[in-house]
Design a protein around this ligand. Structure first.
Ligand SMILES: NC(=O)C1=CN([C@@H]2O[C@H](COP(=O)(O)OP(=O)(O)OC[C@H]3O[C@@H](n4cnc5c(N)ncnc54)[C@H](OP(=O)(O)O)[C@@H]3O)[C@@H](O)[C@H]2O)C=CC1
Ligand SMILES: O=C(O)[C@@H]1CCC=N1
Length: 279
């Protein structure tokens, strides 16, 4: 299978690197494009062994599966550039924030096979979490193709499209929240006397271990939390501080705010005069 990325930025590179590291796709079967001004991203792709180009249409010509990995504001322009090169044999996978399948379909030739995916950057270490929703012209087997691709870089699940904005608020944006949690825990460790590099490692392993316990034991996180807190012990004192600061409430607010931002971005990122050309 030949994979193309239109947009060679952070998320495209995370997916490409994860795919290559999985051993299932080789770098020479991946091509990425970016505008001429963007030499840095393309140089990074070249150093991974990917084919690169400044022409978006070339990505389409050389790929079976084409990831639209550009910011939402660029989707409409990119769609108009690739539309003439698209055929019904291509699968177009959009990872753009907020942009609905209906809107992407309306920018491409009729019956274009479109999938909307919300991945996340831990795909780079094959610990990603992606959700995807299928477009109206997708064929039998397309969902399996997407699931197979995404599950080589982590967890992948098909959802109704209405859930993609909430997924964006949680797992799409979530790594940024968790990096801040690691940074904050590490700052705490440094404050009480740990060396910085050790504090960062301990914080990261703590998140990794907690996440693995949730996934591998199937036990509810509240029970796992209770199991750490001895009566009158240290953890409940720490927890009291976190809840005094409204930890769970602030996390809920964060997911909701990011979800709403995704919805609002989709509303305004595309021009009103959607094109709909014949294939
Ligand atoms: N980063 C993340 O964690 C995640 C991002 N996403 C989504 O993925 C998409 C890309 O995000 P991200 O990788 O972070 O962004 P980046 O800015 O890192 O990458 C976007 C890339 O698209 C290029 N680009 C801009 N215009 C065009 C064009 N006309 N044709 C081809 N390429 C173009 C940019 O070039 P230049 O820099 O020169 O403009 C850049 O290389 C966004 O829609 C984002 O919402 C989804 C999930 C997670
Ligand atoms: O913040 C963003 O725009 C993208 C979408 C999800 C994660 N990053």
């Amino acid at each position: 299978m030949k994979i193309g990325f239109i947009g060679a930025g952070k998320m495209a590179q995370a997916l490409a690197r994860g795919l290559i590291n999985s051993g299932r796709i080789t770098a020479e079967n991946i091509i990425a494009s970016s505008p001429k001004r963007d030499e840095l991203f393309l140089e990074q792709c070249k150093s991974m062994g990917l084919n690169t180009t400044h022409e978006n249409a070339e990505v389409v010509q050389k790929s079976d599966v084409i990831f639209l990995a550009v910011k939402p504001v660029h989707v409409s322009k990119v769609a108009s550039e690739i539309a003439p090169a698209l055929s019904k044999e291509h699968l177009v996978v959009s990872i753009a924030l907020g942009i609905t399948i209906r809107n992407i379909e309306s920018l491409l030739p009729t019956k274009s096979r479109v999938v909307r995916v919300m991945p996340n950057t831990p795909s780079v270490v094959r610990a990603g979490a992606s959700a995807f929703a299928m477009g109206s012209a997708c064929r039998d087997g397309d969902a399996e193709t997407v699931e197979r691709l995404l599950s080589t870089v982590g967890f992948a699940v098909e959802v109704p499209e209405i859930q993609i904005d909430p997924v964006t608020g949680l797992s799409g944006s979530g790594p940024s929240y968790m990096f801040s949690v690691i940074e904050g825990l590490a700052d705490g460790g440094v404050k009480v006397g740990l060396p910085r590099d050790l504090a960062i490692k301990l914080a990261a392993y703590t998140l990794l271990g907690a996440a693995k316990m949730v996934l591998e034991t199937g036990i509810h996180p509240a029970q796992l939390k209770d199991d750490v807190q001895s009566p009158g012990g240290s953890s409940v004192y720490g927890m009291h501080k976190l809840e005094s600061g409204g930890l769970k409430g602030i996390l809920i607010d964060a997911v909701e705010a990011a979800t709403n931002r995704s919805r609002a971005t989709g509303d305004k990122a595309l021009p009103r005069d959607f094109r709909n050309t014949e294939m």
